[in-house]
Write a protein that binds this ligand. Structure first.
Ligand code: ZN
Ligand code: MN
Length: 479
């Protein structure tokens, strides 16, 4: 059988660090980094006699996440102990949630260009993060840093609804976008604030039974996740085609070699012996509490998209793109307050800004300039002060220096030439240098006009007003 006869089934368990000021069960700061073991107390270190106290903000943020992903919220849930030994987990159990998660049965929609698809969410629960092991480069051993121990997490478990690496990426981007909109996490993947455990299995198309799955833990870049899923699905298909069987195991993805390696197998043999944490009270929520959080939710991407379609008459594609990130969307809204030109502002975001970010391998939250400055750039074009060719160069400068566009064009001498006399001079010069083009134009070759305008633009280093150039060339050619 060929590769095309197989279907890939992907499930994601997404861990997201919540941006509360303090940890989930003590008052240590959640700040990233810092001297090892500085953000620590007896609770973080699991000293005998220390007792956890649940941070109410964690519950609030998790409920926000649940409501924003269309989950039901449990009015009665609890914390459980998940028992396992690992050196970065001083209690030898993680406080998590087992059978009564805070949020359950939600869904989000994704669109990878072939229409909307609903991805079901099984549950969202709260839990504590573990510490970190720093392995010494000189073989002197491994050092434990407990600064991250007790940082609050939500874990979002999807149903196995994803069918390709692209769908997995779109789903993860959607979650990231929603969590940024509702401001529960900074979602910085490079700092591990958002990471995913990726489950992959394959089955022959048309069959019902799910194949044996493998799991890759703690993946924190979109690119690695896409590559790892593709590699792992192909590997599984090859094993099956050669008559072998897939064993359920945890794999490690190696970005350099582009391969997966076995870490430990028989994952299911792991028995976490969950039981309710006797040190923590059950989490009981009232309808009023949940409704208050629901009322306080900010406008979500779907609603913004509708508004952009109706109020600003943006295209479906533009509305989807601009609202895909809170940072794009806010940039857009601030820009149009200045330039009052939604179409142009959205075009700049979709084309040049997205392209530059892509080249720099950056995310929308790293755009260095404000929406006001983007608005000013659009206004400068609309007012005829700069051409769009110059505006592209101004944008590159805005990424480098974060100066106001008006200051950049002043400093660089990029202000558009709109003086008719000056432009006419250039037109006459270019015409005298290109008699063949005049003949071509008169013979009905309209392309010749484009060539002449191009030459004049070159002559003025892109500063001539293009509408004026066009008009003056036509006037002269008609003589
Ligand atoms: Zn602490
Ligand atoms: Mn977890």
């Amino acid at each position: 059988m060929a590769k095309e006869d197989y279907e890939v089934i992907i499930g994601l368990e997404v861990h997201c660090e919540l941006s509360t000021k303090t940890k989930i069960f003590c008052s240590c700061p959640t700040e990233f980094g810092g001297e090892p073991n500085l953000h620590c107390c007896p609770v973080c270190m699991a000293l005998p006699g220390s007792l956890p106290v649940l941070n109410e903000k964690v519950v609030e943020y998790a409920v926000k996440a649940g409501l924003a992903t269309n989950c039901s919220i449990a009015k009665n849930s609890k914390n459980d102990r998940k028992n396992y030994f690992y050196p970065d987990l001083p209690k030898s159990y993680q406080i998590s949630q087992f059978d009564l998660p805070l949020c359950y049965e939600g869904q989000v929609n994704i669109d990878i260009g072939d229409g909307e698809k609903t991805i079901r969410i099984e549950r969202i629960h709260i839990e504590e993060d573990a510490g970190k092991l720093n392995h010494d480069d000189y073989g002197r051993g491994s050092f434990v840093d407990l600064n991250r121990a007790g940082v609050p997490l939500i874990e979002v478990v999807s149903k196995p609804d994803l069918r390709s690496s692209l769908e997995a990426e779109a789903y993860l981007r959607k979650l990231k976008s929603i969590f940024e909109y509702i401001e529960i996490s900074d979602c910085k993947m490079q700092e591990g604030s958002l990471r995913a455990d990726v489950n992959v299995s394959v089955r022959k198309k048309g069959t019902e039974k799910l194949g044996t799955r493998t799991e890759m833990k703690n993946m924190s870049s979109f690119r690695s996740i896409v590559r790892a899923i593709e590699y792992e699905a192909n590997r599984q298909i090859e094993v099956i085609e050669e008559g072998g069987t897939i064993s359920q195991e945890t794999l490690r993805w190696d970005d350099v070699s582009g391969k997966t390696f076995s870490m430990r197998d028989k994952e299911d043999a792991q028995d976490y012996r969950y039981f309710p944490d006797p040190d923590l009270a059950p989490i009981i929520l009232s309808d009023e509490y949940i409704d208050n959080i629901r009322i306080g939710l900010p406008e979500l991407p779907e609603s913004r998209k509708k508004r952009y379609l109706n109020d600003y008459e943006l295209s479906e594609k533009a509305s989807e793109f601009v609202t895909s990130s809170k940072y794009y969307s806010n940039l857009f809204e601030d820009a149009i307050k200045v330039c009052n030109n939604p179409k142009s502002a959205s075009n700049w975001i979709m084309s040049d800004i997205a392209r530059i970010l892509n080249e720099k391998e950056q995310e929308p939250d790293e755009i260095p300039f404000s929406g006001e400055n983007l608005g000013e750039l659009v206004k400068l074009i609309d007012d005829g002060k700069i051409s769009s060719a110059i505006a592209k160069k101004v944008l590159v400068e805005m990424f480098e220096t974060n100066k106001k566009p008006s200051v950049i064009i002043e400093e660089k001498g990029w202000i558009q030439i709109s003086d008719e006399g000056a432009i006419k001079e250039v037109v006459l010069k270019i015409l005298s240098e290109n008699p063949q083009s005049i003949a071509d134009y008169k013979a009905g070759k309209d392309k010749a006009l484009g060539f002449l305008v191009g030459q004049a633009m070159k002559e003025t280093k892109g500063k001539a007003n293009p509408q004026m150039l066009n008009k003056l060339f036509i006037d002269e050619l008609k003589k």
